[in-house]
Design a protein around this ligand. Structure first.
Ligand code: NAG
Ligand code: NAG
Ligand code: NAG
Length: 255
């Protein structure tokens, strides 16, 4: 092999490794769900099949999250070309694996906060998939998905992250309880909510947060889930569990 061709092979390898999106969005197969064009690869179909087994309120929430985000991204050509749409699909569809209240759930830990269970679960799901290749699902793509899920219960960080993490977390935010997002095109919002109804979501979310406080209190103290324990779980006691308590221990405020 000539020196020049070795150099060009090395250069090609470096370009491939540096790209967070080895598969260009325009080559991905798509389908339409509730009036929204979405990615239709086998791994996305299998993630969809996985969450379809969850209770309706959770399945519908996960679908709305994906579709509300995709509809908003699709409405902006620049954004649509820039976001890793397959990573966005998996990050949104799988973001609430940590809400699985079934006994012996493979996704739910005894002590971690639920967003981290979801993030670890999504990455494990991708790595265990028959189509998984480390060169396709680079550490960079996986970390963007991990962060997009892990940050969805924490305010103020994701807007300053990379575009993929930011859009996974933002899309989850589009489906808040008692909340209608202004960013999502209204006709798409209506078609999505018509197919995946939102009425049971408030009760489902409150039941799930309450269940977390009852079954894994260590994963709830000092997070937005904590007040559900204080309000609804007898014997739940967050006193002494706050960062404030540790930081102010032994401190007397000067007047
Ligand atoms: C579309 O997205 C790009 C990239 O995020 C952004 O800079 C631009 O302002 C958006 N355009 C509109 C009309 O929202
Ligand atoms: C919860 O946290 C306490 C204090 O850090 C620890 O002693 C306990 O083992 C933890 N329980 C679980 C189930 O992780
Ligand atoms: C809650 O925990 C704190 C700190 O461990 C303890 O002092 C307090 O007595 C507990 N409250 C109840 C109602 O058990």
């Amino acid at each position: 092999m000539k020196v020049t061709s070795i150099i060009s092979v090395l250069a090609l390898g470096a370009t491939t490794l540096a790209s967070p999106k080895p598969i260009g969005n325009k080559h991905l197969p798509t389908t339409v769900i509730a009036g929204v064009e979405v990615v239709d690869t086998q791994i996305v179909r299998d993630a969809h099949a996985l969450i379809k087994k969850f209770p309706d309120f959770l399945y519908w929430h996960s679908m709305r999250t994906w579709l509300l985000g995709a509809a908003t991204i699709n409405a902006n050509k620049t954004l649509k070309a820039e976001v890793d749409l397959e990573a966005h699909a998996l990050g949104t569809i799988l973001h609430d694996l940590g809400w699985d209240m079934s006994e012996n759930s493979p996704w739910v830990s005894k002590d971690r906060r639920f967003e981290v269970d979801g993030a670890i679960g999504a990455v494990n799901f991708i790595k265990a998939h028959k189509s998984y290749k480390p060169c396709t699902w680079t550490e960079n793509r996986l970390e963007r998905i991990f962060d997009g899920i892990a940050l969805h219960g924490t305010f103020g960080i994701h807007p300053y992250k990379n575009i993929d993490t930011k859009w996974i977390t933002s899309s989850v935010g589009f489906d808040g309880v008692n909340f209608t997002p202004t960013e999502v095109p209204i006709e798409k919002f209506d078609s999505i909510v018509a197919e995946f109804p939102k009425e049971t979501f408030q009760k489902g979310a409150i039941d799930t947060f309450t269940w977390m406080c009852a079954t894994k209190p260590n994963g709830t103290y000092n997070t937005f889930v904590e007040p559900f324990g204080t309000a609804y779980v007898p014997g739940y006691n967050a006193t002494g569990k706050h960062s404030f308590d540790r930081i102010t221990a032994g401190y007397t405020r000067e007047q």
